[in-house]
Design a protein around this ligand. Structure first.
Ligand code: ATP
Ligand code: MG
Length: 138
């Protein structure tokens, strides 16, 4: 089933000039990039994006990091895109990520972990809508 997911190249990876490398890996994995944009999130926008995590102890630090510099937001499309993109990213904590995954190679820490991916169809729909109006995705 063709599916879409929201991917973010987070501020740590953009700052280290890994944007091109990560996009290359996305294309090599046969995703279609259906939409892409550079954003500089305000603190409020980062808080809105991560609203599901607002009770977590790392929420303040995470939203500060995510609003610390430019990020790249993308809509990726493929069969089983949500799971497939999470497999390519690897585990949240780079110390636990499998060899060959983006987070194993590029993450600095569990927080500064290079990329984001939606975790389910309902969160993917919310997250895609947060950044891209429907007209960009026709
Ligand atoms: P993402 O949602 O970014 O794709 P994920 O689904 O693997 O990552 P979540 O549990 O949704 O992980 O956490 C969201 C983000 O919060 C993580 O990607 C990471 O940047 C940060 N984070 C998660 N756990 C911790 C932690 N224990 N300490 C600090 N930051 C954390
Ligand atoms: Mg998540």
């Amino acid at each position: 089933m063709t599916e879409r997911t929201l991917a973010i190249i987070k501020p740590d990876a953009v700052a280290r000039r890994l944007t091109g490398t990560i996009i290359q890996r996305i294309e090599e994995a046969q995703f279609q990039i259906r939409a892409m944009r550079r954003v500089e999130l305000t603190r409020k926008q980062a808080e809105g994006f991560y609203a599901v995590h607002r009770e977590r102890p790392f929420f303040a630090s995470l939203t500060s990091f995510m609003s610390s510099g430019p990020a790249i937001v993308m809509v990726l499309e493929s069969a089983d895109a949500i799971k497939k993109w999470r497999m390519l990213m690897g585990a949240t904590d780079p110390a636990k990520a499998d060899a060959g995954t983006l987070r194993k190679e590029f993450a600095e820490s569990i927080e500064r972990n290079a990329t984001h991916g939606s975790d389910a169809p309902d969160t993917a729909a919310y997250e895609i809508g947060y950044f891209f109006p429907g007209i960009d995705l026709v």
